[in-house]
Design a protein around this ligand. Sequence first.
Ligand SMILES: [Zn+2]
Length: 104
Amino acid sequence: MKIKHPYKCDGCLRLKGENESRWYLCLAKVVDPVTGDPEYIDGFALIPWDDKRSDDPDVLQHLCSADCCMKSLGKWLSVKDLVFKELLSSPVAEEMLRGELTSR
Ligand SMILES: [Zn+2]
């Protein structure tokens, strides 16, 4: 199958060769295995490369290797960690934690 436009790895910017199949897609949503409904998840989902899905709007990243997947996961975790720390240090969170502690 001829690739209409070459894909570029969102990790290292390497171009995908026509016959390279060991790439990965990082998805913003996954299909519920029971109902078949696509569901948005606040998570990090990887699937092996699939030509039919590579242009789907739910594909966040095209990744060329396990190494680029690990780096991408590391970035995602860093962002989540920052959000988590920020939430914990907010006045609302402090109030909630205080309330939680005093109600025991
Ligand atoms: Zn890469």
